[in-house]
Design a protein around this ligand. Structure first.
Ligand SMILES: Nc1ncnc2c1ncn2[C@@H]1O[C@H](COP(=O)(O)OP(=O)(O)OP(=O)(O)O)[C@@H](O)[C@H]1O
Ligand SMILES: [Mg+2]
Length: 265
């Protein structure tokens, strides 16, 4: 990959802070934060509830404006949502008037992708997230976990260069969660995407990521920035769940769990 391409998709935050002004007073959600995320990184963000993880993700998505500081992707300032940055929200946000398949095909339809191609892609994605038999249903006919999977498929259908995910697997059963974790890793690896992933699970963060950020309690700031190297990473294949049994995995997991525990104080 050329340096120019890598730089085009580099995410750079400079002194980014966010304060919410509400009727009951101001809430400082994010302290001034500097952060550089390179193209192709898989960065997880963990930290106590209310520490500003969703705030940070919404800033990256362009759904919120910072109170101060600047966010750039390459040369471009983030000043609103973009199809290049796909967001999987903490609570599913599907279009209620469209079927599950209609939701998945919404982005491609807006881009003018022809019907046959759209259909083939939505078939593939429905299958990937295990919703092959409910494509014709409306979102309200689905369970919470199914809606979440439909939301993931809808984001993937847009083929964004940067994927922002806010606890996307939190509501899923263990087996589905593990399947989607491995699929996400495969997709990230094959397509050379950047992923920023918020989770409460240290285990999930370590398993998925090339880098884990730990945030302090509110007002959030990044207190640990840890690179994750696991056995087999250099073998140029997607990690599989067996790595979670290795001493290296357990060591980094307990180190980060301790950091999060300390962050609560
Ligand atoms: N729209 C808003 N208006 C006012 N305050 C907000 C708003 N959104 C978030 N906050 C406050 O900002 C702080 C950070 O919230 P945020 O949702 O970013 O936390 P979080 O780390 O994602 O938490 P969780 O792990 O529970 O999802 C909290 O104190 C919250 O009350
Ligand atoms: Mg949140």
């Amino acid at each position: 990959m050329s340096t120019a391409v890598a730089q085009r998709d580099r995410v750079v935050l400079t002194e980014v802070a966010k304060t919410y002004d509400t009727a009951t007073g101001a809430t400082v959600a994010l302290s001034p934060t500097d952060l550089v995320i390179e193209l192709g990184e898989f960065v997880s963000i963990v930290g106590p509830s209310g520490c500003g993880k969703t705030t940070l993700l919404q800033l990256l998505g362009g759904f919120l404006a910072p109170t101060s500081g600047a966010l750039l992707v390459g040369e471009d300032r983030i000043d609103g949502p973009s199809p290049d940055r796909g967001v999987v929200f903490q609570a599913p946000t599907l279009y209620p008037w469209l079927s599950v398949r209609g939701n998945i095909e919404f982005g491609p339809r807006c881009r003018g992708v022809d019907k046959r191609t759209r259909r083939a892609e939505s078939d593939r994605l429905l299958d990937l997230v295990g919703l092959g038999d409910v494509g014709a249903k409306r979102p309200y006919e689905l369970s919470g976990g199914m809606q979440q999977r439909a939301q993931i498929a809808r984001v993937l259908a847009n083929d964004p260069r940067i994927i922002l995910m806010d606890e996307p697997f939190g509501a899923l059963d263990q087996l589905t969660r593990e399947r989607l974790q491995v699929e996400l890793l495969r997709l990230w690896r094959q397509a050379g995407k950047t992923v920023v992933f918020v989770t409460h699970s240290v285990e999930e963060a370590v398993f998925l990521s090339t880098r884990v950020l730990v945030m302090s309690a509110r007002p959030g700031r990044i207190i640990v920035d840890r690179r994750i190297d696991l056995p087999g990473d250099d073998a140029d294949r997607v990690r599989d769940l067996r790595v979670t049994a290795t001493p290296e995995f357990q060591a980094v997991k307990s180190e980060l769990a301790q950091a999060i525990y300390d962050a609560h104080r």
